[in-house]
Design a protein around this ligand. Structure first.
Ligand code: ADP
Length: 269
Protein backbone atom coordinates (compact mmCIF):
# COMPACT_ATOMS: atom_id res chain seq x y z
CA UNK A 1 0.00 0.00 0.00
CA UNK A 2 2.71 2.48 1.03
CA UNK A 3 4.87 1.17 -1.78
CA UNK A 4 2.08 1.67 -4.35
CA UNK A 5 1.48 5.21 -3.09
CA UNK A 6 5.18 5.94 -3.47
CA UNK A 7 5.20 4.82 -7.06
CA UNK A 8 2.24 7.06 -7.89
CA UNK A 9 3.80 9.98 -6.03
CA UNK A 10 6.75 10.06 -8.37
CA UNK A 11 4.81 9.62 -11.61
CA UNK A 12 3.79 12.82 -13.41
CA UNK A 13 3.56 11.58 -16.98
CA UNK A 14 5.91 12.75 -19.70
CA UNK A 15 6.51 16.42 -18.83
CA UNK A 16 9.35 17.38 -16.53
CA UNK A 17 8.03 18.11 -13.04
CA UNK A 18 8.41 21.58 -11.54
CA UNK A 19 9.76 20.21 -8.25
CA UNK A 20 11.16 16.78 -7.41
CA UNK A 21 11.49 15.53 -3.84
CA UNK A 22 13.71 12.46 -3.70
CA UNK A 23 14.27 10.32 -0.64
CA UNK A 24 13.94 13.31 1.69
CA UNK A 25 14.41 12.86 5.41
CA UNK A 26 14.57 15.76 7.85
CA UNK A 27 15.94 15.25 11.33
CA UNK A 28 16.10 18.26 13.63
CA UNK A 29 18.97 18.88 16.03
CA UNK A 30 16.91 17.56 18.97
CA UNK A 31 16.62 14.19 17.19
CA UNK A 32 13.01 14.56 15.96
CA UNK A 33 12.55 12.99 12.55
CA UNK A 34 9.96 15.34 11.02
CA UNK A 35 9.76 13.53 7.68
CA UNK A 36 11.29 10.29 6.47
CA UNK A 37 12.02 9.13 2.94
CA UNK A 38 9.53 11.36 1.12
CA UNK A 39 9.31 11.05 -2.66
CA UNK A 40 7.09 13.48 -4.52
CA UNK A 41 6.90 15.15 -7.92
CA UNK A 42 4.97 18.39 -8.35
CA UNK A 43 3.74 18.94 -11.88
CA UNK A 44 3.47 22.37 -13.45
CA UNK A 45 0.07 23.94 -12.88
CA UNK A 46 -1.43 21.33 -10.58
CA UNK A 47 -3.28 22.00 -7.32
CA UNK A 48 -1.98 19.65 -4.64
CA UNK A 49 -2.91 19.45 -0.97
CA UNK A 50 -0.69 17.96 1.71
CA UNK A 51 -3.22 16.45 4.11
CA UNK A 52 -2.40 14.92 7.47
CA UNK A 53 -2.68 15.16 11.23
CA UNK A 54 -0.77 17.73 13.22
CA UNK A 55 2.92 16.86 13.49
CA UNK A 56 3.17 14.72 10.34
CA UNK A 57 5.73 17.05 8.77
CA UNK A 58 3.55 18.98 6.31
CA UNK A 59 5.04 22.36 7.22
CA UNK A 60 8.57 20.99 7.36
CA UNK A 61 8.19 19.56 3.85
CA UNK A 62 6.63 22.75 2.50
CA UNK A 63 9.37 24.88 4.05
CA UNK A 64 12.09 22.69 2.57
CA UNK A 65 10.47 23.01 -0.88
CA UNK A 66 10.66 26.78 -0.32
CA UNK A 67 14.34 26.50 0.62
CA UNK A 68 13.64 27.40 4.27
CA UNK A 69 15.74 24.56 5.65
CA UNK A 70 17.61 21.75 3.94
CA UNK A 71 16.87 18.02 3.96
CA UNK A 72 19.13 15.93 6.22
CA UNK A 73 19.06 13.21 3.55
CA UNK A 74 17.81 13.30 -0.05
CA UNK A 75 17.32 16.10 -2.55
CA UNK A 76 14.76 18.67 -3.59
CA UNK A 77 15.29 19.94 -7.09
CA UNK A 78 13.64 22.25 -9.61
CA UNK A 79 14.43 20.55 -12.93
CA UNK A 80 13.11 23.37 -15.14
CA UNK A 81 14.61 26.25 -13.13
CA UNK A 82 17.81 28.22 -13.75
CA UNK A 83 20.69 27.04 -11.56
CA UNK A 84 23.57 29.20 -10.32
CA UNK A 85 27.25 28.26 -10.59
CA UNK A 86 27.13 26.26 -7.35
CA UNK A 87 24.09 24.32 -8.56
CA UNK A 88 21.41 26.05 -6.49
CA UNK A 89 18.06 26.32 -8.26
CA UNK A 90 16.40 29.71 -8.60
CA UNK A 91 13.14 29.03 -6.79
CA UNK A 92 10.35 31.08 -8.30
CA UNK A 93 7.78 30.88 -5.50
CA UNK A 94 5.32 32.70 -3.30
CA UNK A 95 4.70 31.61 0.31
CA UNK A 96 1.59 32.19 2.41
CA UNK A 97 1.91 31.47 6.14
CA UNK A 98 -0.89 30.65 8.56
CA UNK A 99 -0.44 34.11 10.01
CA UNK A 100 -0.66 36.90 7.40
CA UNK A 101 2.75 38.25 8.61
CA UNK A 102 2.12 41.80 7.32
CA UNK A 103 4.27 44.79 8.25
CA UNK A 104 1.96 46.66 10.66
CA UNK A 105 3.47 50.06 9.90
CA UNK A 106 2.95 49.76 6.14
CA UNK A 107 -0.20 50.14 4.05
CA UNK A 108 -1.79 47.21 2.23
CA UNK A 109 -0.22 48.44 -1.00
CA UNK A 110 3.23 48.83 0.56
CA UNK A 111 2.97 45.30 1.96
CA UNK A 112 2.01 43.87 -1.42
CA UNK A 113 4.73 45.71 -3.35
CA UNK A 114 7.52 44.57 -0.99
CA UNK A 115 8.55 41.50 -3.08
CA UNK A 116 8.59 43.68 -6.20
CA UNK A 117 10.78 46.28 -4.54
CA UNK A 118 13.12 43.52 -3.35
CA UNK A 119 13.43 42.51 -7.00
CA UNK A 120 14.26 46.09 -8.00
CA UNK A 121 10.86 47.07 -9.43
CA UNK A 122 10.32 50.65 -8.28
CA UNK A 123 7.91 53.59 -8.14
CA UNK A 124 4.85 53.73 -10.33
CA UNK A 125 5.35 50.32 -11.88
CA UNK A 126 5.48 48.59 -8.49
CA UNK A 127 2.44 50.54 -7.29
CA UNK A 128 0.40 49.76 -10.38
CA UNK A 129 1.22 46.06 -10.19
CA UNK A 130 0.50 45.98 -6.45
CA UNK A 131 -2.84 47.76 -6.90
CA UNK A 132 -3.78 45.39 -9.70
CA UNK A 133 -3.01 42.41 -7.46
CA UNK A 134 -5.00 43.89 -4.57
CA UNK A 135 -7.96 44.32 -6.94
CA UNK A 136 -7.64 40.68 -8.02
CA UNK A 137 -7.98 39.53 -4.38
CA UNK A 138 -11.03 41.74 -3.89
CA UNK A 139 -9.36 44.63 -2.08
CA UNK A 140 -9.74 47.47 -4.57
CA UNK A 141 -10.12 50.67 -2.53
CA UNK A 142 -8.08 49.37 0.43
CA UNK A 143 -4.64 50.29 -0.93
CA UNK A 144 -3.98 52.89 1.79
CA UNK A 145 -5.46 50.86 4.67
CA UNK A 146 -3.16 49.60 7.41
CA UNK A 147 -3.29 45.96 8.60
CA UNK A 148 -4.94 47.03 11.90
CA UNK A 149 -7.86 48.42 9.88
CA UNK A 150 -8.47 45.13 8.06
CA UNK A 151 -10.37 41.99 9.12
CA UNK A 152 -8.61 38.60 9.41
CA UNK A 153 -9.87 37.55 5.98
CA UNK A 154 -8.76 40.83 4.40
CA UNK A 155 -5.30 40.53 5.93
CA UNK A 156 -5.02 37.04 4.46
CA UNK A 157 -6.06 38.44 1.08
CA UNK A 158 -3.21 40.97 1.34
CA UNK A 159 -0.86 38.13 2.19
CA UNK A 160 -2.00 36.17 -0.89
CA UNK A 161 -1.66 39.27 -3.08
CA UNK A 162 1.89 39.76 -1.76
CA UNK A 163 2.74 36.13 -2.55
CA UNK A 164 1.35 36.36 -6.09
CA UNK A 165 2.48 39.85 -7.09
CA UNK A 166 5.65 38.58 -8.75
CA UNK A 167 3.62 35.92 -10.64
CA UNK A 168 5.60 32.98 -9.20
CA UNK A 169 5.47 29.55 -10.79
CA UNK A 170 4.44 27.99 -7.49
CA UNK A 171 2.37 29.18 -4.54
CA UNK A 172 3.13 27.38 -1.28
CA UNK A 173 0.46 27.79 1.42
CA UNK A 174 0.79 26.61 5.01
CA UNK A 175 -2.73 26.27 6.46
CA UNK A 176 -3.50 29.82 5.36
CA UNK A 177 -7.19 29.81 6.31
CA UNK A 178 -7.06 27.76 9.52
CA UNK A 179 -7.66 30.74 11.80
CA UNK A 180 -10.61 32.14 9.85
CA UNK A 181 -14.33 31.59 10.41
CA UNK A 182 -16.05 29.09 8.12
CA UNK A 183 -17.84 31.59 5.88
CA UNK A 184 -14.68 33.62 5.29
CA UNK A 185 -12.75 30.41 4.73
CA UNK A 186 -15.21 29.22 2.07
CA UNK A 187 -15.03 32.59 0.35
CA UNK A 188 -11.25 32.55 0.34
CA UNK A 189 -11.26 28.97 -0.96
CA UNK A 190 -13.39 30.16 -3.90
CA UNK A 191 -11.24 33.21 -4.55
CA UNK A 192 -8.06 31.14 -4.39
CA UNK A 193 -9.51 28.71 -6.94
CA UNK A 194 -10.48 31.66 -9.15
CA UNK A 195 -6.91 32.98 -9.03
CA UNK A 196 -5.50 29.53 -9.73
CA UNK A 197 -7.82 28.89 -12.66
CA UNK A 198 -6.97 32.27 -14.17
CA UNK A 199 -3.20 32.00 -13.70
CA UNK A 200 -2.45 28.27 -13.41
CA UNK A 201 0.46 28.54 -11.03
CA UNK A 202 1.31 25.31 -9.23
CA UNK A 203 -0.45 25.36 -5.86
CA UNK A 204 0.68 23.38 -2.81
CA UNK A 205 -1.75 23.72 0.06
CA UNK A 206 -1.11 22.37 3.56
CA UNK A 207 -4.23 21.49 5.54
CA UNK A 208 -5.57 19.03 8.08
CA UNK A 209 -9.10 19.45 6.72
CA UNK A 210 -10.37 16.67 4.47
CA UNK A 211 -13.20 18.95 3.27
CA UNK A 212 -10.91 21.79 2.32
CA UNK A 213 -8.42 19.51 0.55
CA UNK A 214 -11.15 17.85 -1.54
CA UNK A 215 -12.83 21.15 -2.41
CA UNK A 216 -9.61 22.70 -3.67
CA UNK A 217 -7.39 19.99 -5.03
CA UNK A 218 -6.75 17.90 -8.09
CA UNK A 219 -4.51 15.74 -5.98
CA UNK A 220 -4.21 15.00 -2.27
CA UNK A 221 -1.00 13.69 -0.73
CA UNK A 222 -1.97 12.03 2.55
CA UNK A 223 0.71 11.99 5.24
CA UNK A 224 1.16 10.10 8.52
CA UNK A 225 3.06 11.16 11.64
CA UNK A 226 5.94 9.81 13.76
CA UNK A 227 7.81 9.87 11.52
CA UNK A 228 6.15 12.06 8.88
CA UNK A 229 5.74 10.14 5.64
CA UNK A 230 3.59 9.92 2.54
CA UNK A 231 0.86 7.28 2.85
CA UNK A 232 -1.34 7.88 -0.21
CA UNK A 233 -1.55 10.01 -3.31
CA UNK A 234 -5.15 10.54 -4.46
CA UNK A 235 -6.50 12.11 -7.63
CA UNK A 236 -9.75 13.98 -7.03
CA UNK A 237 -11.47 13.30 -10.34
CA UNK A 238 -14.01 16.11 -10.10
CA UNK A 239 -14.18 18.93 -12.64
CA UNK A 240 -13.60 22.65 -12.09
CA UNK A 241 -14.96 25.20 -11.57
CA UNK A 242 -15.86 24.06 -8.09
CA UNK A 243 -18.49 26.06 -6.26
CA UNK A 244 -21.33 25.80 -3.74
CA UNK A 245 -23.05 23.29 -6.01
CA UNK A 246 -19.99 21.05 -5.83
CA UNK A 247 -19.81 21.50 -2.06
CA UNK A 248 -23.28 20.00 -1.70
CA UNK A 249 -22.93 17.32 -4.41
CA UNK A 250 -22.78 13.53 -4.10
CA UNK A 251 -19.44 13.73 -5.95
CA UNK A 252 -17.95 15.92 -3.22
CA UNK A 253 -19.28 13.61 -0.49
CA UNK A 254 -17.79 10.63 -2.36
CA UNK A 255 -14.30 12.16 -2.52
CA UNK A 256 -14.50 13.34 1.09
CA UNK A 257 -15.29 9.77 2.13
CA UNK A 258 -12.29 8.39 0.21
CA UNK A 259 -9.90 11.04 1.56
CA UNK A 260 -11.27 10.50 5.08
CA UNK A 261 -10.61 6.77 4.87
CA UNK A 262 -7.04 7.37 3.70
CA UNK A 263 -6.50 9.86 6.51
CA UNK A 264 -7.90 7.40 9.06
CA UNK A 265 -5.51 4.73 7.77
CA UNK A 266 -2.64 7.23 8.02
CA UNK A 267 -3.54 8.15 11.60
CA UNK A 268 -3.85 4.48 12.59
CA UNK A 269 -0.55 3.44 10.97
P1 ADP B 1 2.77 19.60 10.67
O1 ADP B 1 2.96 20.78 9.78
O2 ADP B 1 2.26 18.41 9.93
O3 ADP B 1 1.93 19.91 11.88
P2 ADP B 1 5.57 19.99 11.37
O4 ADP B 1 6.30 19.93 10.08
O5 ADP B 1 5.29 21.34 11.94
O6 ADP B 1 4.19 19.14 11.24
O7 ADP B 1 6.36 19.16 12.47
C1 ADP B 1 6.73 17.79 12.28
C2 ADP B 1 7.46 17.34 13.52
O8 ADP B 1 8.71 18.01 13.61
C3 ADP B 1 6.73 17.62 14.81
O9 ADP B 1 6.96 16.56 15.72
C4 ADP B 1 7.36 18.91 15.31
O10 ADP B 1 7.28 19.02 16.70
C5 ADP B 1 8.80 18.73 14.83
N1 ADP B 1 9.48 20.00 14.56
C6 ADP B 1 9.08 20.96 13.67
N2 ADP B 1 9.97 21.97 13.65
C7 ADP B 1 10.96 21.64 14.51
C8 ADP B 1 12.17 22.28 14.92
N3 ADP B 1 12.56 23.45 14.42
N4 ADP B 1 12.92 21.63 15.85
C9 ADP B 1 12.56 20.44 16.37
N5 ADP B 1 11.44 19.78 16.01
C10 ADP B 1 10.64 20.38 15.10
Amino acid sequence: MVQAARVRATATGGARPLVTVRGVTKQFANGTIAVRDVNLDLATGEFVSLLGPSGCGKSTLLRMIAGLGDPSVGTIDWPTAMHDASGHAERDLGFVFQDPTLMPWATALANVTLPLRLKGVKGREAEDRGAEMLALVGLKGFETSYPRELSGGMKMRVSIARALVTHPKILLMDEPFAALDEITRHRLNDDLLGLWEANRFTAVFVTHSVFESVYLSQRIVVMAARPGRVMADLRVEAPYPRDELFRTSADYAHWCRIASEKLKEAIAS
